[in-house]
Design a protein around this ligand. Structure first.
Ligand SMILES: O=P(O)(O)OC[C@H]1O[C@](O)(CO)[C@@H](O)[C@@H]1O
Length: 529
């Protein structure tokens, strides 16, 4: 297609939302009119399915749950008065609490105010808060946020070391919908230990966001933590940024959460429209379907040309991959659906992997995120008439063109600036695109059975560790690996046992391994207290 024809295609397919100042350009996705027409019946159904979801249908059949993240920004559309009240009440609770923290009315025992916020959570209970914090917290938030989002002891040390001189004025927020996920539980135990080591009362520094009645909720209440915030079962982890999960840490950092909600609400109104061409989430889902043949054959590379949006790609990675990556469709057929998502930021990635995108395996499509405003205030010129931001803008356009010339498709989303409103709108835009796509390919986008399988297998590893330690502690001498697993009644688990022991030995946990480390079968293992 020549430049004039492309310009025409750009104009024909351009979506613009006046209220949000948001543009969506799918002109560099090479579908034609026939494909667009062929998708209409599928979209007619998807529009109805999402409408039913918003109306309170059990859109997550496996878990027998409603899927209600759309109600969070517009409680008026909640399916029952109780749910509406729950949403309004939680928002009011957050705002009242945050006001008291900022004013010092709620304060730590030994300091006039909380200065730092330690957020402990994983997956949807971390990525949204991390994305929003990086995008919107700015340089001098009322509370500076830190994250523990893993059970890596060294990673935990890094965070706690950074906080050690301010732990007395640090508010710790434990976020876990289920309240039973091991990683945040371990993070909480380690944080508690750090407070206690400094003679501080953890409960006077702790708050939680969790499902009512969860293990975490019970612990918080029985230990007298400062406050708990509810997370409803009709909000999934990966769509929880606009629930208490994301709103509470955002508000504590001084971010305008009402504006975030408003941006999402405005986007929801735009994406509710049952018309493919003028509905930006439908245009996204249509493009994903086209490039990947409805089977996720191409990966989604997300490239925000803005440092503050760097976590967007990781946030979308969970939203898209945990939602769409499914073995079975809703009729029980094996479909192995999904779309792989990765990315970091432009133009940085142009000096990392864009070489392969341009010339290598054509197994992807790019989503460029463009922000029109370079920075607050004027920019110095780095060359006559050229600023650093002009370069950034030029690199985006250049990469888009270079990819297109080599038959690599791309989508471009343009926002005027990174604000609470535009961030809320982006979240809503993608949430509904995922809803549409899930229905287009007929999968349950709201459960995550694959993650559960991994969690169960990990629990079995820890049980085996316990068994091995019990056997070794009762032995006076050493045992070969074979004899050890035999005694532990775990003959089939010899490789796992070997790896458990190697890990324990590397961490001074009383396990001694002797023999040729390159030949696991030759090893003798013993326990020395
Ligand atoms: O908030 P929770 O219950 O601790 O779960 C954390 C994450 O774990 C998952 O359940 C599985 O990875 C995610 O969906 C969720 O965001």
């Amino acid at each position: 297609m020549d430049a004039i024809a492309l310009w025409q295609r750009y104009q024909d397919w351009l979506y613009y939302h006046e209220g949000l100042g948001l543009y969506l350009d799918v002109s560099r996705v090479r579908f034609d009119e026939a494909f667009y027409e062929s998708m209409k019946p599928k979209f007619d159904k998807a529009f109805k399915d999402v409408e039913a979801l918003e109306g309170g249908a059990i859109a997550n059949p496996d878990e027998n749950r409603m899927v209600g993240h759309y109600w969070l920004r517009d409680p008026e559309i909640a399916p029952t008065p109780e749910i509406k009240q729950e949403i309004i009440g939680t928002l009011e609770q957050i705002e009242a609490f945050v006001k008291k923290v900022h004013s010092g009315e709620i304060k730590p025992p030994g300091a006039p105010k909380f200065t730092d916020l330690l957020s402990i959570g994983i997956g949807g209970s971390a990525l949204g808060p991390q994305f929003v914090s990086q995008a919107l917290a700015g340089n001098s938030p009322p509370l500076k946020i830190h994250f523990i989002d893993n059970t890596d002891p060294d990673g935990i040390d890094r965070v706690l070391n950074e906080l050690k001189d301010r732990l007395g004025s640090t508010l710790t927020l434990v976020i876990s919908k289920s309240g039973g996920t091991p990683e945040p539980y371990n993070g909480m135990r380690e944080a508690k230990h750090a407070y206690e080591t400094q003679g501080l009362d953890f409960s006077k520094h702790a708050i939680a966001t969790t499902g009512v009645g969860s293990k975490l909720d019970q612990q918080a209440k029985s230990e007298g933590w400062i406050e708990t915030f509810p997370m409803a079962d009709w909000v999934g982890g990966r769509t929880s940024e606009l629930s208490a999960v994301g709103l509470l840490p955002a508000a504590l950092q001084g971010i305008d959460i009402r504006a975030m909600l408003e941006g999402a609400k405005v986007m929801d109104a735009a994406t509710r429209k049952p018309d493919m061409k003028t509905n930006p989430s439908a245009l996204l889902a249509l493009s994903w379907y086209y490039v990947g043949n409805g089977k996720g054959e191409k990966d989604m590379v997300v490239l925000p040309y803005k440092d503050s949006l760097q976590v967007l790609s990781r946030y979308l990675q969970q939203l898209v991959m945990e939602s769409l990556g499914k073995e079975k469709d809703l009729d029980g057929n094996i479909v192995n659906q999904g779309i792989a998502v990765y990315g970091n930021k432009g133009s940085t990635d142009q000096h990392a992997y864009v070489q392969q995108l341009r010339d290598g395996v054509p197994n992807f499509f790019v989503t460029f995120i463009e922000v029109l405003q370079d920075r607050l205030g004027p920019s110095p010129e780095v060359e006559p008439n050229v600023t650093a931001g002009d370069y950034l803008s030029g690199f985006l356009q250049g990469t888009r063109q270079a990819l297109y010339e080599n038959q690599r498709d791309s989508i471009t989303i343009t926002i005027p600036e990174v604000t609470p409103r535009s961030v809320g709108a982006l979240i809503a835009l993608y949430e509904r695109a995922v809803s549409f796509y899930g229905f287009l390919v007929n999968i349950n986008a709201y459960h995550q059975p694959g993650v559960e399988a991994g969690k169960k297998a990990a629990a079995a590893v820890l049980n085996l560790q316990q068994q091995l330690l019990n056997v070794l502690k009762a032995e006076s001498g050493g045992l070969s690996l074979e004899a050890l697993v035999d005694k532990a009644g775990a003959n089939d688990e010899i490789e796992k046992a070997y790896k458990i022991l190697r890990h324990l030995a590397a961490n001074d946990r009383g396990i001694v391994i002797e023999g040729n480390l390159g030949e696991p079968a030759s090893l003798t293992v013993s326990y020395k207290a």
